[in-house]
Design a protein around this ligand. Structure first.
Ligand code: ZN
Length: 241
């Protein structure tokens, strides 16, 4: 079984379409949350995901867009984007996001947005945070997003203080200790590479391929400008930070 793993799409339809085209063959899409928020096409991204065989967990931006979080916990630019997203969504789309689970366990894999400890909220950047989360992980592998940074935390490596940052095109074989795997962000990468990020998990081989694909960034930026989304959010897509 091949699972296409996508996270933090953030309503960037052009990037999402580029990823689906580049991934070509997969049996299921696993989406790690933040389908909406920041970007210009939330409705279309929800519809596209729903048209595919998929599993999806909820992210903090999905909750914010449907009013399940207090917006004053976010910066003013993010709040402006949430308000725009909230106005754009239909009742049916709100119900879809509202029904998403915050954790899916399909042994040997767990899917969350943030971390096993705090599935919606916690960011895993540091080895210490990763180690604490291994204690709460019930499966061998956990796919997560939220940081928008493509990264790999293998338990034995993390115990030595080492986090790996897979390069595009690299393939890792899992199974040598437990692993937390972050494919990076489809719609708003923050690891210095503005290309859309995704991963493909092969359950028989136990491998993960880390991938990047170019998309028409200017097209998404134009859609955002037309929707009068904050300029800071428009600019950052081109830098990958
Ligand atoms: Zn996000």
């Amino acid at each position: 079984m091949r699972a296409l793993i996508i996270s933090d799409i953030h309503a960037n339809l052009v990037a999402m379409e580029a990823v689906l085209a580049a991934a070509r063959t997969y049996d299921v899409v696993w989406c790690l949350g933040d389908l909406v928020g920041y970007g210009p096409r939330p409705r279309e991204c929800i519809a596209l995901l729903r048209s595919l065989p998929h599993l999806c967990v909820v992210g903090n931006h999905d909750y914010a867009a449907i009013g399940r979080l207090k917006l004053d916990e976010f910066n003013p630019v993010a709040q402006e984007a949430f308000n725009w997203t909230a106005r754009a969504l239909t009742a049916g789309e709100v119900a879809f996001l509202d029904a998403l689970p915050n954790r899916i366990i399909d042994d040997p894999v767990t899917l969350v947005h943030g971390s096993p400890r705090q599935p919606v909220w916690e960011y895993i950047y540091e080895p210490e945070t990763a180690l604490a989360n291994f204690e709460l992980l019930d499966t061998a592998v956990c796919f997560l997003g939220h940081t928008h940074v493509c990264s790999l935390f293998i338990e034995a490596e993390v115990a030595r203080g080492r986090v790996q940052y897979p390069r595009p095109g690299e393939c890792y074989t899992l199974g040598y200790g437990r692993a937390l795997v972050n494919p990076g962000s489809v719609g708003q990468p923050r690891d210095g590479d503005p290309r859309a990020a995704f991963a493909v998990y092969d359950s028989e081989a136990g491998t993960v391929d880390f991938c990047r694909v170019e998309y028409d960034i200017a097209s998404t930026q134009q859609q955002m400008a037309e929707e009068r989304l904050p300029p800071a959010l428009i600019r950052r897509l081109a830098t990958g930070y």
